[in-house]
Design a protein around this ligand. Structure first.
Ligand SMILES: [Mn+2]
Length: 428
């Protein structure tokens, strides 16, 4: 693990240069009428959950190239998220995937979470694979399946997943459902019946959840099915949630859109309806590529955050608090470095969105001053906020340069030594 002394020692050597940059930025922001300390606090408070499946190198369709020292069990996954959180103070929760993360000893897991200052924030079900000893196959769908026995098995699995979440702590009140259900060929599915069966199954799950739990319904346009998905888009998710109940909410995953989709508009729409429940961050070039958040389209990420910030700041928007999570599984970079890089990109986009002069923007919109409206957004986007994000980490006892410190302490090497070169994390 990493100690507070190691972090402080690392910061000590960088602090003079950092203070120079932060001082300059804070002064410049204050001159523009911003409140640097208020922005700093919001950025520091912003926490993004890490999914348990992001800590190992993900597979491609053709092969897998493990980096070595990957977490072999839930305890080691918690240890890795604990390290990430100690370095950047921005990821105080983990999202679990059942059955990959079934806890053998609940009390031991709770103790370990406490020791690292972490909580389980949500649980994810899995009906996109068949498990050993499973009675019925999901080859032709789960919640939408034509046979009642298969649907019941999938419903029961989701209810069981929520029970694992309840056992692991009071912070966990979210069940996320992503369905692989769909068809590969024209004629395979009766679209209306598949939708209705899915709605009935989701309703059965929702009714079995504790009264203070949220059901997040995620959508995806294609893959693993390539002709149709039962829940391909936000409109389908939204219609399902509307019928299921108040605590059913749409989950937006950045990678689950066709190229050039205006995701920021979808975010605005769902917040307007009070139905945006959660957010999965990643980056995408073509579709669900699991690339690092912000690595391909940082301006789009910023525009999405502008919608989120505007929605969260507007008292007339009755959207519940959102569940933030990184959803990616990389196969080329060290997963820990990649997650640190992702969080940095998320906080950078958030900080820039907080710098938008929204009053001036809304005024420009009202008088149809298109040039000004665009310029106001670009002004905030082009501000270099790296010193602000670093200062938010420093004030929270994190590292000024998390990846640099991770590398300097050779923490991947020590993981390879203790867990083995061929240790492979559960996941895809
Ligand atoms: Mn997702």
């Amino acid at each position: 693990m990493i100690t507070q002394e190691q972090i402080q020692d690392h910061n000590y050597h960088l602090v003079a240069e950092h203070e120079f940059k932060w001082g300059h930025l804070a002064e410049s922001l204050a001159r523009q009428g911003h409140h640097p300390d208020a922005v700093l606090k919001k950025v520091a408070d912003f926490q993004v959950a890490i999914p348990s499946w992001a800590l190992g190198t993900g597979g491609t369709r053709f092969g897998r190239f493990p980096i070595g020292g990957e977490p072999r069990n839930l305890e080691e996954k918690i240890e890795d998220v604990g390290l990430i959180h100690a370095l950047n103070r921005s990821s105080n929760s983990i999202s679990l995937h059942i059955p990959w993360d079934i806890p053998a000893d609940v009390q031991a897991i709770q103790d370990l979470l406490m020791q690292h200052g972490l909580a389980i924030d949500s649980v994810n079900s899995n009906t996109f694979q068949d498990q050993k000893d499973q009675a019925h196959s999901y080859k032709f769908g789960s919640l939408c399946h034509t046979e009642a026995a298969v649907r019941k098995q999938a419903v029961d699995h989701n209810i069981e997943v929520a029970q694992y979440g309840q056992a692991l702590g009071d912070e966990c009140k979210t069940l996320t459902v992503w369905l692989a259900d769909g068809s590969n060929f024209p004629g395979q599915h009766h679209f209306r019946r598949a939708y209705q069966r899915t709605l009935d199954s989701l309703t059965a799950i929702y009714e079995a959840l504790p009264a203070d739990w949220t059901l997040l319904v995620e959508y995806k346009p294609y893959e693993p099915n390539f002709y149709s998905m039962v829940i391909p888009d936000w409109g389908t998710s939204y219609s399902l949630c509307q019928q299921i109940g108040e605590r059913a909410q749409v989950l937006v995953d950045l990678g689950h859109h066709l190229p050039n989709t205006n995701i920021e508009q979808i975010v605005g729409r769902l917040m307007h309806f009070g139905r945006l429940g959660g957010f999965h961050f990643n980056g995408s070039m073509y579709g669900d590529d699991d690339l690092t958040t912000g690595s391909i389209k940082p301006y789009q990420l910023f525009l999405i955050f502008c919608e989120l910030v505007q929605g969260m700041d507007d008292p007339s928007v009755l959207n519940p608090a959102l569940a933030w999570m990184i959803d990616a599984s990389h196969n080329t970079k060290d997963p820990i470095e990649d997650l640190l890089q992702s969080v940095q990109a998320i906080k950078t986009a958030y900080a820039k969105a907080l710098l938008v002069d929204t009053e001036a923007l809304f005024a420009a919109q009202e008088r149809n001053d298109v040039q000004q409206a665009q310029a106001i957004l670009e002004d905030a986007f082009q501000t270099d906020v790296r010193a602000l994000v670093a200062e938010s980490r420093r004030q929270s006892s994190g590292a000024l340069q998390p990846i640099e410190l991770y590398r300097k302490l050779a923490l991947r090497d020590s993981r390879i030594e203790s867990r083995g070169r061929y240790a492979v994390a559960t996941g895809l």
